[in-house]
Ligand binder design. Structure first.
Ligand code: HQG
Length: 183
């Protein structure tokens, strides 16, 4: 089998293709974000990314954040969340826990306190049920800080939440009044 490092490299390439830029390999996703598995493999290979079905299944199964899912007959694949392109994941709305967490970098704190959490390039604001996860997410951007989100209160006030297939809570916008600053 391949090394962990190589699996991570291919997984990052798949995130690029399935969340952000399918056109880099001339792939077209359907409106729900699904790609045809055979086409994905073929087009990755055309671009010099050595992928086959066994390897793809290995990456989907072992990916730390379960970033990708197959459909039932396993002839299509999509990213579970994190898209910047306009796809409809067709997730059903779900009642969130009372408190969720958002990890970010210290330099964004002032803007977030003023404007709340904005989805920026992605389709949703991403929230975690675990504080530890949110610290890891924040670390990607710099010195991590964590906001608590009064998700239960937001839900009672009519905000809609979704839970992705890999356990990430998604919502459209978190106004500043529902945030408290933890660290
Ligand atoms: C920040 C990863 C200034 C926000 C993770 C974040 C996640 C603001 C950055 C998923 C702001 C956007 C998403 C405001 C928000 N002013 N900055 N008003 N509102 N921000 O990468 O949440 O590994 O688009 O705090 O694990 O960091 O890719 O979002 O720092 O689940 O699978 O703007 O991506 O998953 O950054 O990460 P991102 P995120 P993967």
């Amino acid at each position: 089998m391949i090394t962990e490092k190589e699996a991570v490299r291919i997984s990052k390439f798949l995130s690029l293709v399935l969340r952000h830029q399918p056109e880099t390999i001339n792939l077209v996703l359907d409106e729900n974000g699904w790609a045809d598995v055979d086409l994905l493999i073929e087009k990755c290979n055309e671009k010099g990314v050595a992928l086959n079905r066994e390897l793809l299944e290995h990456i989907v199964d072992t990916n730390t954040k379960r970033r990708f899912s197959f459909n039932e007959p396993k002839d299509r694949i999509r990213a579970n969340q994190g898209h910047s392109i306009d796809v409809d994941l067709a997730l059903s709305a779900k009642e969130p826990p009372d408190v969720l967490y958002h990890g970010t970098a210290e330099r964004f704190v002032a803007a977030i306190k003023e404007l709340g959490l904005l989805k920026q390039q992605r389709q949703h604001v991403h929230l975690s049920a675990e504080q530890s996860t949110s610290i890891q997410v924040g670390q990607r951007h710099g010195k991590p800080v964590v906001f608590s989100v009064l998700a239960g209160q937001m839900h009672r006030d009519g905000f809609v939440f979704y839970l992705s297939d890999n356990g990430v809570w998604l919502t459209d916008h978190v106004p500043a009044k529902y945030l408290s600053f933890n660290l």
